[in-house]
Structure formats: structure tokens, C-alpha cells
Design a protein around this ligand. Structure first.
Ligand code: CA
Length: 518
């Protein structure tokens, strides 16, 4: 979609904050020893692209500062101009949750933005769809291949008659039986499946396919509350009720689908205010540029969305854990801060029981991309959340109802986070990536933002926005932030397609199941 920027020729490194004693090399391919940076430092050794260079002489044990925050301590003395790689940095302790400040510095509201709209599908419950999809949900994995078979037949034989319906999607998953269904952890996947079925892009219609003997029975999955929220008709097909084999099962699902397709087909896009957007933010395949280009630009767009009255969700517990003290201070109320701390504490315990800690988060790709540890990753990650007050917190799989900036607790795993954000009622998804991934979701459009122009150049048919132009000084954070905001409105209104939707790249639904499997 975008013309890639030319590569930088002058040696260049970015310092984010005046207190920083490291900067990140911007030049594609890195810089050789002897290169003189515009920050007044000459490199003593080769430094790869997106990796850090010391701007001052550091003694062993000295603080290493990026984003104005200590991202670690020097393992040994480091001379200015040296490559500050992962092996030279001892990570700091995570902030103690008990010491986190509660709503001590909530930012004042920014001026309201009026007049921005998109054409969406208005639902009976007031929510708005950005796509018009028939969802066929499942209680259990046993039904998934049958439902997928039925979906192929519906798409081939029925869908052509209903041109206002965008897609038919099977909500297939690995849960529903062979699990400890009454264990405390089971509440998470069960409510995820329930709330996923209520996603605004399904228009209040739901077709649910059950096997019959599974632990997760339809009533348990949907619950009375969910059935009340759905304005349309909920139909349940039970495969074990079939008397005449597979053909009857598929014919039954298709017969239940047809009246739903008819009703969905009568819906049309109508002008809706930007406040009807529920935008989920995520990053995947991060690099050291994430926190200086794509994430601050997305953060600027997040502020615009909040100013326009929309809901903006950020997630990924292990990537915000090291910035917990900054986010609790930004909470609108002490109750919101405490809810945030509760989610962090739950996840600390979940990791402890699994014999892991947050240090398990950065991937080999993150590290090759210049991210030394989870603290550096977290500081870059929370830039996505912009600068407004934290208005609400949701647990994994819970529905988000507040407007403004909301934290929806999820693992950082791309497809699990995406699935949980869909359950939280997301209708648009923004995904920043440095290393690159073709990630996409069937239910909502996914706008992919590259942190560096090299990726945007290599993958022009997968990346929707090139935020690397910030590193090369061809665009500002504000420029790209406005570009993302306007693109969200265009895509949400069906006037433009993301690359993931162009190619039909749709990752699977992956549930977060912290409970035992039997
Ligand atoms: Ca992720």
C-alpha cells in the first residue's frame, strides 16, 4: 500500500529520552566500527541494525537507561561507542505490585475530537460491526471438521445468494471435553467462547453446533446472560441427534444457517461515530524500533481514538508487567489500579506454577532484533497505549464495556491475544511488527504496521503502514499516527481492505486454558 522509504546513508542512532545512555542504530545493515554518530559518539566496534550503542562510559553495575527507565545494569565496564548487547546487561527486578502507586497521576482528558465517522453495521444492542459475518460456533473440538465441511458447502452453495454477508466463519477450537470443566481455570476458556460468540461482527445471530455428550454443554457455554444479549435467533444443532449419518448433520447445519443468512443479508452499512470502534492493539515479532516508531505512532492514534470517544484495548500481560508502576499511576481511579494489579498478580502466580517467569517472554527473534530483555520490550510495548488515563481492566475472555483506554489481560502470544481481544468485543485490530508476520484474523480487519522500512520494503503486500519512516526522519510520530487513525476509519467502513483480508490470511482461534486437561 505504501512506497517504501529510501535507506539512511548517514550514520544515525535514536535516543528516545534525554536521560538515556544508550541509543539504537537506525541504518539498515548496521554500522561499522569507526562510524561517527550524529549524537557525537564514534563506534568502537560493529553494531547491528536496531541494536544499542553506549553513549557514555559505563562502570560495572551502572544503570543502563532507555526510555528514561532503567532497562538493566552493566555486567562489566562498557566504553562509550561499544555495542551494548544482551550479554552485557543484567535485568532489573520487576516492580513490586504492593508498592505500585494507585491512580496518583491520571492524565487530564484531552480535547474531544468530533466529526469522525465510519460506515458500520449497527446491532440491536448498540454495538457496531465492521464486517457482516455468519458465525458457526462449536462447543467442542469433536464437531470442528464437520462444521468446517458445512461452512465450505454454505460458502459454495448459499453465500452467493446473500451478497451483503461478508463471510461464514467456523469458531473451531481445541476445548470442550477431556478437560477439568469445573476447575477454576476453566472459567477462562468457557467465558472466552461465550463472549467470542457475541462479537459485534456476528450481528447478534448465532448458530451453535454441539456433539451431544461433551462436558461443555450448550447451556453452559452460552449461559442465560449471553442469550439475552443476542438479539437474533440462537439455533443449536446436536450432531448425535442425527438418525441418518453425516449427510443429515451437514444438511441440518445448512438449513439452520439459511434464515440467518437471510436476516444478515438485510443489513446495510450506516454512518456511525468513531466512538463505536473497539480497537485492539497488539505487537508481535518486536524489535528495538518498535518502541521508537510503530508503537508511539499507534499510541498517538490511540489518543485520537480515545479523544473521539472510542474504546482502545491494550493487552499482553508479560509485556506490560515491568511497566506496572507507570500504568497504575495512570489509572483513572484506585479501583482500576487495583484491578490492574490483580491481573498482574494472577499472571505472576500462573507463571510461577508453570515454573516460568517473565524473562521467558523475549524470543530469539526479539533478541536478534536488538531487544535485550523483557524490560526493554515492555517500555516499547506500552508506548502503544498512548498517554490517556487507564479507564478500565478486563480479565482474560471478559467483555469490555468501558469507553477510553482499557487493559484487557491476555498472554502475549499473538493468536491467543487476538482471540481474547475478539471475546472482549474488538471490532478493529492494529498489529505492530518489526521482525514480520503474515498474521490476520477472519472476524475483524487487522492493520499491520511495520516498525522499520526494511520490512515494509521486503513485504509490501503484507504490511499496511510503514512506521519506519519515523526512524529515517521522513515522517513524524504524529504523521503516522494520523495515517493509522484515518486508515482505521476507512477499513472499518469497508472502503479499504487490509492485506491480510486481501489474501485471506486468517489465524486460528486459540483459547487460553489455564486449567488442567484430563
Ligand atoms: Ca503478541
Amino acid at each position: 500500500m505504501k512506497t517504501a522509504a529510501p535507506s539512511v546513508t548517514q550514520p544515525r542512532a535514536i535516543r528516545v529520552h534525554d536521560d538515556d545512555n544508550v541509543a539504537v542504530v537506525v541504518n539498515q545493515g548496521g554500522l561499522a566500527a569507526g562510524a561517527r554518530l550524529d549524537l557525537g559518539v564514534t563506534l568502537r566496534e560493529d553494531v547491528p541494525e536496531a541494536h544499542k550503542v553506549a553513549l557514555a562510559d559505563l562502570a560495572a553495575g551502572d544503570r543502563i537507561v532507555r526510555y528514561g527507565t532503567v532497562i538493566g545494569y552493566a555486567r562489566r565496564s562498557i566504553a562509550h561507542g561499544s555495542w551494548v548487547h544482551e550479554g552485557l546487561i543484567d535485568p532489573p527486578q520487576p516492580p513490586a505490585l504492593a508498592d505500585c502507586p494507585l491512580a496518583t497521576a491520571p492524565p487530564a482528558p484531552l480535547p474531544r475530537l468530533e466529526g469522525f465517522t465510519f460506515d458500520g453495521f449497527r446491532n440491536a444492542d448498540g454495538s457496531v460491526g465492521t464486517k457482516n459475518i455468519l458465525a458457526i460456533a462449536t462447543t467442542v473440538q469433536c464437531t470442528a471438521p464437520t462444521v468446517k465441511h458445512a461452512v465450505e458447502r454454505i460458502k459454495a452453495e448459499l453465500l452467493p445468494r446473500y451478497p451483503n454477508v461478508d463471510d461464514v466463519v467456523a469458531i473451531a477450537h481445541h476445548y470442550g471435553c477431556g478437560v477439568a470443566i469445573d476447575a477454576p481455570g476453566a472459567a477462562v476458556p468457557i467465558r472466552t467462547l461465550r463472549n467470542l460468540s457475541l462479537n459485534p461482527n456476528f450481528g447478534g445471530e448465532l448458530l451453535l453446533v454441539s456433539l451431544g455428550c461433551e462436558k461443555l454443554q450448550p447451556e453452559r457455554m452460552l449461559g442465560g446472560g449471553a442469550l439475552k444479549v443476542l438479539a437474533g435467533e440462537t439455533s443449536v444443532a446436536v450432531l448425535q441427534d442425527a438418525e441418518q449419518g453425516f449427510g443429515e448433520m451437514v444438511a441440518h447445519i445448512m438449513a439452520l444457517a439459511e434464515p440467518k443468512l437471510q436476516r444478515l443479508n438485510q443489513r446495510h452499512r450506516v454512518p456511525c461515530p468513531a466512538s463505536d470502534l473497539v480497537v485492539g492493539l497488539q505487537c508481535g515479532g518486536s524489535d528495538a524500533f518498535s518502541g521508537v516508531t510503530a508503537n508511539p505512532a499507534v499510541g498517538f492514534a490511540a489518543d485520537l481514538l480515545v479523544r473521539a470517544g472510542a474504546t482502545v484495548m491494550f493487552s499482553e500481560v508479560t509485556e506490560v508487567r515491568d511497566a506496572a508502576h507507570l500504568l497504575t499511576a495512570r489509572a483513572a481511579t484506585a479501583e482500576v489500579a487495583q484491578a490492574f494489579i490483580r491481573e498482574m498478580a494472577w499472571y505472576d502466580e500462573y507463571l510461577r506454577l508453570g515454573g516460568a517467569d517473565r524473562a521467558a517472554n523475549p524470543t530469539p527473534g526479539n533478541k536478534r532484533g536488538g531487544l535485550a530483555n523483557v524490560v526493554e520490550k515492555a517500555m516499547g510495548s506500552i508506548a502503544k497505549a498512548g498517554s490517556t488515563a487507564l479507564m478500565g481492566v478486563a480479565g482474560p475472555g471478559e467483555r469490555v464495556t468501558q469507553k477510553g483506554l482499557v487493559f484487557a489481560a491476555t498472554p502475549a502470544s499473538d493468536f491467543i491475544c487476538g482471540t481474547l481481544q475478539l471475546a472482549a468485543s474488538m471490532n478493529m485490530h492494529i498489529f505492530t511488527t518489526g521482525r514480520g508476520t503474515p498474521y490476520g484474523l477472519a472476524v475483524v480487519p487487522v492493520i499491520k504496521v511495520a516498525t522499520n522500512s526494511g520490512l515494509a520494503r521486503r513485504w509490501p503486500d503484507l504490511i499496511d503502514v510503514d512506521a519506519g519512516r519515523i526512524a529515517t526522519s521522513e515522517a513524524t510520530v504524529e504523521d503516522i499516527g494520523w495515517e493509522i487513525f484515518r486508515l482505521i476509519l476507512e477499513v472499518a467502513g469497508g472502503r479499504k481492505k487490509t492485506w491480510a483480508d486481501h489474501w485471506g490470511l486468517h489465524n486460528e482461534f486459540v483459547l487460553f486454558n489455564p486449567g488442567p486437561v484430563t
